[in-house]
Design a protein around this ligand. Structure first.
Ligand SMILES: [Zn+2]
Length: 376
């Protein structure tokens, strides 16, 4: 996903406040959905406390009824990954509650990113007096019945992502931008590219005199930041706007030819998808649904990458087949693209198509999730 990287740069201040929030309130990465949980013998309402758009719940209020026991009414706080709290019963002592969200199936793996659970495992530690009477601690699991509500912090973050994807789809669909990119012979994604792949799978040289400091991808990113604008035949960039290369230099990230700085990316040669490391998702409180959507976005790139890299590529004569997959290839003294997909992406229309489809897939994930869990 070449295009998301600017969001990182632009939204840095937002992300930094997200870090503070993470340390305060993302201690429990699995937060039970707000709603009513039940099995045959117990009905329990779980409510998020201290739940704000910019702060994940700091506590859970649980209340409910158990057959043959007093009503439940206790506040649980996050401690070592679980929600725990004590409820004092006169003449008996403390009942110690512990609630953990249960993720569906072992395939869910360890929790990465903030997620809401629709099942909970409840551990109830009994007071000593009841232990002395031979009673044992209890464990039961409850499933959500009825509507589930995600924490406000997760809804807000997913809405931000949805807005971003919609903005990207709109920009990538802009015919004026695409026409200007064509008129200006912009490279799709890499300003250093010497060739592009044409519609007949031929590797064609760019007009080497037309080198510009911005690629089509840069312009789209800059547009998101309000730093570029386009009209018939021209693209303007705010003076001093950073190029991708400058951003890479500033971030100290190596320029691998992949989308440096992006949270998720697809390598244009190997087509391997890279996702952000788990500690980063945790640090930024990235919701699991966002990571899932990013993964699907990248999977779409990867599928196209594999298909294009597997198809034959020809020299400009249209007859001589060329092998780009492997060691660096020189053509008439110019470095050839590292892969057919990389060459294909140098055509702005192709980059626009590729990204647009990925963002549409990503947005569909947010739409469905927000409809189900955030009442959108
Ligand atoms: Zn992408």
């Amino acid at each position: 996903m070449m295009i998301r990287s600017l969001l990182v740069a632009v939204a840095l201040s937002g992300l930094l406040s997200g870090v503070a929030m993470a340390q305060d309130s993302c201690g429990c990465l699995v937060i039970p959905m707000q709603g009513t949980y039940a099995d045959g013998a117990i009905t329990m309402d779980v409510r998020h406390l201290g739940s704000e758009a910019d702060a994940c719940p700091s506590a859970l209020a649980i209340s409910g009824l158990r057959r043959g026991a007093p009503p439940i009414d206790v506040t649980l706080y996050c401690q070592a990954g679980s929600w725990v709290g004590a409820e004092f019963a006169p003449n008996l002592g403390d009942f110690n509650w512990k609630v953990n969200g249960r993720l569906p199936g072992p395939e869910a793996g360890p929790p990465v990113g903030v997620r809401g659970a629709e099942s909970i495992i409840v551990n109830l530690g009994l007071p000593q007096m009841l232990h002395d009477m031979g009673k044992k601690d209890q464990e039961f699991s409850l499933d959500l019945v009825g509507a589930a509500r995600a924490p406000a912090c997760v809804c807000a973050r997913v809405r931000e992502e949805r807005l971003f994807t919609q903005d990207m789809i709109n920009t990538l669909s802009d015919p004026v931008l695409l026409a200007a990119a064509r008129d200006m012979a912009l490279r799709g994604v890499d300003v250093r590219a010497k060739h592009y792949l044409d519609a007949n799978s031929r590797l064609v040289e760019f007009d080497q005199a037309s080198t510009l400091p911005y690629s089509f991808d840069d312009i789209v990113k800059l547009s998101q930041a309000g730093e570029s604008s386009f009209s018939n035949g021209t693209i303007s960039v705010v003076p001093g706007a950073e190029t991708t290369q400058e951003m890479i230099a500033a971030n100290g990230r190596p320029n691998t030819g992949v989308q440096a700085g992006a949270e998720a990316s697809t390598h244009p040669v190997s087509c391997v998808v890279s996702m952000p490391p788990p500690h980063e998702a945790e640090m930024y409180c990235t919701p699991a649904v966002v990571l899932d959507a990013w993964r699907l976005h990248e999977d779409a790139h990867a599928a196209r990458c594999r298909a294009i890299n597997a198809a034959p590529v020809y020299l400009a004569d249209g007859k001589t087949q060329l092998d780009l997959n492997g060691a660096a290839v020189m053509l008439d003294g110019l470095v050839a693209p590292p892969s057919p997909y990389s060459a294909w992406l140098q055509v702005p229309e192709n980059t626009a198509l590729d990204e647009k489809e990925s963002y549409q897939i990503e947005k569909a994930v947010y739409d469905a999730w927000l409809g189900r869990y955030c009442g959108d």
